[in-house]
Design a protein around this ligand. Structure first.
Ligand SMILES: [Mg+2]
Length: 383
């Protein structure tokens, strides 16, 4: 890594991050023109306990956002149109978009159905500008799918992603190497990849709020407090992000989670529910010919606090009984039995990850359909 950091400017990469605007909601508006200009919320039933998957920009102006409960969304905007997810339509649009992206480079890394990184360094050696490619991609997506995308162009993934987010929706921003540090300086640390709410709080207690604050913190202080992640903070604050665009990501996961109509407080019922989910995850792993080594259990409590506990086994597993064997201990860690008041959970989930594809030469489309399966599983709880 150290050698790469001293690479000459001629080795500067050209990375594009493409992100569809309000993807699911935009597909609904495209397919149902009467929804154009309306606050549209794609997700679960507001009368039950489903959550918002995506909402249109009109809905966002009422304060609605992803992962909020659908019932809360209805309180914020009673006139919103609530639509159940139509995964087939989103999958078809996603495949169209990914096909467009892959016509520029094979280095396309989908992050989900509606978002991907492209490394177009090779495509620019003839003098074509990366920004030209990004403009063309946006125009083609709009022409061929009837949907809009935002794009960010920069010299690494972190900045390309920040750039696409900056001009959303339907925008384009280029951050050239000589502007990276200036762009980053005033941003809140929460904008950085890998900085979640808990980390924001820890950084804030250290007096670190902006990326410039982070840049002014000694590397030693950061690594002492955050270990390896501290080194990442140190580098990304300086605009350094050497993560490659990986068309075949090794990390894959299959998971199942469920939000309950009523909170569960009986520990036996909770554990039985997790065991049932292990069976469902096992069946999917089997169908997709996948195995994994990390089993994780997720629990969301009545107050929405969410806890995840994971365990990694020595050999790849997929059978229900192998997954189940990890559950009692993970469950005890996620939902400790000694709590003074019986814990009540509103959501439980089981995931098997770090899966190696058991198939040889799995195609790109295979990967996309796998991402698709995970998404589908997450959405299964919404209906
Ligand atoms: Mg998006």
């Amino acid at each position: 890594m150290l050698d790469e950091r001293t690479e000459k400017p001629s080795h500067i990469r050209k990375i594009i991050h493409v992100d569809m605007d309000a993807f699911f909601a935009a597909v609904e508006q495209r397919d149902h023109p009467e929804l154009m200009g309306q606050p549209v919320v794609v997700g679960g039933d507001p009368a039950s306990r489903g959550v918002v998957a995506t909402c249109s920009y009109e809905a966002r102006s009422f304060g609605i956002h992803s992962a909020m409960t659908a019932s809360r969304a209805r309180v914020l905007c009673p006139q919103a149109v609530f639509v159940r997810p139509k995964m087939d339509a989103y999958r078809a649009a996603s495949q169209q978009v990914m096909r467009i992206l892959r016509s520029y480079t094979h280095l396309v890394e989908p992050l989900s159905l509606d978002e991907a990184f492209l490394d177009v360094t090779a495509a620019t050696t003839d003098g074509t500008l990366a920004v030209q490619i990004a403009k063309e991609i946006r125009a083609r997506i709009e022409r061929e799918t009837g949907l809009t995308a935002s794009a960010g162009v920069s010299y690494n993934k972190a900045l390309a992603k920040l750039a696409s987010d900056w001009r959303k929706p339907n925008g384009l921003l280029v951050i050239p190497p000589d502007r990276g540090l200036t762009f980053l300086a005033p941003l809140h640390v929460s904008k950085l990849h890998g900085v979640g709410p808990a980390t924001v709080e820890r950084l804030s207690k250290m007096g670190i709020h902006t990326v410039l604050d982070l840049r002014n913190t000694p590397q030693e202080t950061l690594t002492r407090r955050f270990g390896k992640t501290g080194l990442w903070f140190y580098e990304v604050a300086r605009g350094i992000d050497l993560r490659p665009v990986q068309p075949h990501r090794e990390r894959k996961s299959v998971g199942y989670e469920r939000t309950f109509q009523e909170n569960l407080s009986d520990r036996t019922v909770m554990l039985n529910t997790l065991q049932e989910m292990a069976g469902q995850v096992s069946r999917r792993l089997h169908e997709l010919e996948l195995t994994g080594r990390t089993v994780s259990v997720k629990a969301r409590f009545g107050d929405f606090q969410t806890v995840t506990r994971a365990h990694t086994v020595a050999q790849p597993i997929w059978r229900a009984e192998e997954i189940s064997a990890c559950l009692p201990e993970l469950f005890a860690k996620a939902v400790p039995p000694g709590l003074p008041v019986p814990a009540s959970v509103r959501l439980l989930g089981v995931t098997v990850s770090s899966c190696a594809d058991a198939k040889v030469n799995s195609s790109d489309s295979g990967q996309l359909s796998l991402l698709d399966e995970i998404m589908h599983y997450q959405l299964a709880q919404l209906s």
